[in-house]
Structure formats: structure tokens, C-alpha cells
Design a protein around this ligand. Sequence first.
Ligand SMILES: NC(=O)c1ccc[n+]([C@@H]2O[C@H](COP(=O)([O-])OP(=O)(O)OC[C@H]3O[C@@H](n4cnc5c(N)ncnc54)[C@H](OP(=O)(O)O)[C@@H]3O)[C@@H](O)[C@H]2O)c1
Length: 265
Amino acid sequence: MRLKNSVVVVTGASSGIGKATALAFAKKKARLALGARRLDRLNAVAKICLAQGAPDVSVRRLDVGQSADARAFVAAALRDHDRIDVLVNNAGVGWMGRLHEMPDDKVEELVATNLKGVITTTQAVLPGMLARRSGVIINVSSVVGFRASPYSAVYSATKHAIVGLSHALRGELSGTGVKVCVVYPGVTDTEFFDSTEVPVGPMYSASWVANLIVRTAQFPRRDAMVMPLRFAHLAEPLLGGLMDHGLGEARRLKSPHLSGTGLDK
Ligand SMILES: NC(=O)c1ccc[n+]([C@@H]2O[C@H](COP(=O)([O-])OP(=O)(O)OC[C@H]3O[C@@H](n4cnc5c(N)ncnc54)[C@H](OP(=O)(O)O)[C@@H]3O)[C@@H](O)[C@H]2O)c1
């Protein structure tokens, strides 16, 4: 897909991977529709995107877990930009701890944001994409979407669910010109860990993951995995070999989350 002047919708664009993805598409001169709950942050991201080369950027407050909100967000993007070429379902929240201690409202928030939000925005963009016989839907899962992690049972379940949703939909859309791809980030240096446990180990930068998302939009033939190449063979058999790889290894980043842990060197 040619990205110049294409219309790219990014959910959860106010920080982290979503913000970096918006900036990476802006550098390719894509037109952008950005959504998240923190409008002040979104407006700041939009300003930078315009300065980086995006021809136009629209922003809208979005709680993706609210179906009406998610549909209104997509409808506004279609009104503002006439069409949607790429949807990046990135908005997501985490929670770490023992399953039996997880509060009900957190369970509901994770399922609504990480899974139902993806379903609703995808449903909303599909009629237009199918009518034009073109479009790319990129769903941001996680390495825990194929290798579940203890103390994040519900988060892992939502990220597994996205993989099932995406692969089923890929089959359903076969021959329509609309592509569905999953991106599986490894541990990435964002605000995501502000509300959960600090991960121990190397972290990817958000821009690294964003560049892989952009490459997936350009070449939407396969899923994309962000993990050290030496582990890649573990995931491939599970996913039928339909994988692209983030090149190289995670670097130990200087991160405020890691200061004092000995990993910030
Ligand atoms: N960081 C990692 O190590 C990692 C690894 C694998 C996968 N991921 C996935 O990557 C995605 C982005 O996470 P991140 O690491 O960039 O974390 P982040 O910096 O916390 O960003 C999360 C984004 O999602 C938005 N969001 C959260 N709830 C939302 C809602 N109900 N409606 C709309 N937007 C919502 C947030 O914006 P507002 O708060 O302004 O709404 C924010 O822009 C998530 O799906 C996450 O599961 C992250």
C-alpha cells in the first residue's frame, strides 16, 4: 500500500505505541484520524504529526470500550477524510496480579477496551473497505497473545482473543482486497507499566514497534512479531509461519521505570 495521502486511523494515539505510530505514519505523509480519552494529549500529538508531514490530522475523544463512542469515532473519521485505508487497533490497558484478586471493574475494562473495542471499530470500518475492495486492519496484540504470562490472565486472554478474531476474519475476508494483520509487541518502553509491575529485562522503544506497524501497513501479507530473533522460532509453528520479524534485538533503554534496577545502564 502507498501511504502518502492514505487515511490512517489510530486508536490509543495519546501515548506510547499509538503516539509513535501516528508520528511514523505522519512521516510517510499519511492523513490521520486519532482517538483516545485524553484530548489534550491527542491535540499535542496532532500538532507534532502536522509538523512531521501529515497533510491533515483529525482528533476525537474516544472511549473505545463504549460501542457508541467507537462507532461515532469511525463515522467522524469517514466524514473528515472520506475513506479509511488503514485501521490500527492499538488502544489497550493492562492489569497485573492474581486472577482471584482482580476487581470486577478491571476485568470489564480490559475486556471492553482490549477486545470489544477492537471488534466494534473493525465492524465500523469494514463496510467502506469492502465497498472499495481495499484496506488494512492492524490489530495490536502482544507476545502474551501466543505465550500467556502468569499474573496477567485476563490481559493474556484478551490478547489471545485478538489473534483468534484476526485470523478468523482474515479467512472471512479472503479475496475481498481487505487485509487483517496482527502485530505482537514484546515488552516496550511506554506508560503501560505505570499502572502495573515494572518488567525486568530489555525493552523495545515505541518507535521501533511503530515502524513495524507502518511496514505491516505497506506489506500486509503477514503478522509481525517484535521479539528477539533467537526466540522467533518458538512462535512460528503456532502461527503457521505467517510472521515478519522486528529486526534485531531489544536494546536496554534508559527508562525511568528501570532506574535503580541495574537494567538502565
Ligand atoms: N508496552 C508494552 O510492553 C506492550 C507490549 C505488548 C503489547 N502492548 C499493547 O500496545 C498497545 C499500546 O500500549 P502502550 O504500551 O503504548 O501503552 P500506553 O502508553 O499506556 O498507551 C495506551 C493507549 O491506549 C489508550 N487507551 C486506553 N484505554 C482506552 C480507551 N478505553 N479508549 C481509547 N483509548 C484508550 C490510551 O489513551 P487514553 O488513556 O488517553 O485513553 C493510550 O493512548 C496496547 O494494546 C497494549 O496492550 C504493549
